[in-house]
Design a protein around this ligand. Structure first.
Ligand SMILES: Nc1ncnc2c1ncn2[C@@H]1O[C@H](COP(=O)(O)OP(=O)(O)OP(=O)(O)O)[C@@H](O)[C@H]1O
Ligand code: SF4
Ligand SMILES: [Mg+2]
Length: 340
């Protein structure tokens, strides 16, 4: 599952065969099934898939953000810059989340303190992370805000969060994430609530600053088009499993898995004028009672008998891997231990 790029630069995040369940009175919700994801240092990686596919659970489990005692990890390991986050207590996790990894979520209002001016919130974070005077911290804050294309950063620093538009608040939050100087930023659909044009600009700001500072990024989105412009590699998730993985260009130009192909057919920009936009028929299966065999089988036009009884494993060359019985090397060799 490793690419040459990740190996060269070393790991920021290495999730290996992670399986995770949420126990409920009706049984276990199998949210993740042998998920493996690598993010190299200074690499930008995307995780895409429909709602409920496990994108957030994967990164939240890796960074200790899931509610304690409400889930079971049934297999796998997580290494964040060489540290095992699954073995950490709350204090250690908090430390890691402050210094090593920052997550940017969708609603910035929840992450900003509504009663404290933007400037103070930023300088507090900066001074918590490096020994610096208040004037220096203000200068750093101003620079990062300017980097987020916020005009008049000095004026914005004197405002309260409610005085900013949604797009501006999101930029402040991104500035906050970068001001911790983390090695890894996880951007979990951070702009979905915003206008499409604003979305594109803001995501590009994250990408630009990450490239300049050598920060690794995981972009999470249900929209392949949104992340494909930004990422070196893509992971496609379906119902808690990685079904395809590869260099962004390869996945976009030659998608292998029927699910990836279907996701791409849903993109308006890929459809010729007057041609009908396709939707993927059916829905993501219940993870409480997932279907036997390949989880995509109830929606897949190419399904054969084998698909209904046995789970394909992720297999293929390093540049592109796919979990599908109908593709190339019959997926028996490595990686994902599918539930049968
Ligand atoms: N705390 C929880 N308790 C029980 N089930 C949960 C919990 N959190 C997530 N799940 C389930 O785990 C599965 C994966 O959820 P997750 O939030 O990772 O999806 P997602 O891919 O991020 O979707 P979206 O695009 O909507 O954010 C879903 O079936 C969800 O209902
Ligand atoms: S394994 Fe079978 S059902 Fe699953 S995606 Fe491939 S062809 Fe479709
Ligand atoms: Mg999510």
């Amino acid at each position: 599952m490793m690419t040459g790029l990740s190996l060269e630069r070393g790991h920021a995040l290495a999730i290996h065969n992670l399986s995770l369940e949420f126990p409920t009175f009706s049984g276990a919700i199998k949210a993740l099934d042998n998920v493996s994801i690598d993010v190299g240092k200074a690499e930008i990686v995307g995780i895409v898939g429909e709602s409920g596919c496990g994108k957030s659970v994967t990164t939240m489990a890796a960074t200790g953000l899931l509610p304690k005692g409400r889930y079971d990890i049934t297999s796998g390991s997580v290494s964040l810059f060489g540290r095992n986050t699954l073995a950490m207590d709350d204090g250690e996790l908090q430390d890691v989340r402050g210094k090593v990894v920052s997550t940017i979520f969708q609603e910035p209002m929840n992450a900003l303190n509504p009663t404290i001016r933007i400037g103070k919130q930023l300088t507090d974070v900066i001074m918590r992370h490096e020994e610096t005077s208040l004037p220096d911290a203000r200068r750093i804050a101003r620079d990062i805000l300017a980097d987020m294309l916020i005009g008049e950063p000095e004026r914005v620093m004197n405002l309260y969060p409610f005085e900013l538009s949604g797009g501006m608040r999101q930029r402040v939050l991104i500035a906050m994430a970068f001001s911790c100087k983390p090695g890894l930023i996880i951007a979990d659909e951070p702009t979905t609530a915003l206008d499409v044009t604003v979305q594109a600009v803001i995501l590009r700001l994250i990408q630009n600053r990450a490239r300049r500072t050598g920060t690794s990024v995981v972009f999470i989105s249900h929209n392949v088009a949104v992340v494909s412009q930004l990422c070196d590699r893509l992971y496609v998730m379906y119902a808690g499993r990685i079904v395809e993985h590869g260099a962004t260009r390869t996945v976009l130009e030659a998608p292998q898995h029927p699910y990836t192909q279907a996701l791409l057919r849903c993109l308006p920009e890929r459809v010729a004028p007057k041609q009908e936009l396709e939707a993927i028929p059916g829905a993501v299966p219940s993870l409480l009672h997932p279907p036997a065999g390949c989880y995509f089988q109830p929606r897949c036009k190419e399904a054969v008998d084998l698909c209904r009884s046995r789970s394909p494993r992720l297999a293929g060359a390093e540049g592109q891997q796919v979990a599908c019985w109908r593709r190339g090397v019959a997926s028996e060799t490595s990686g994902q231990e599918g539930r049968q």
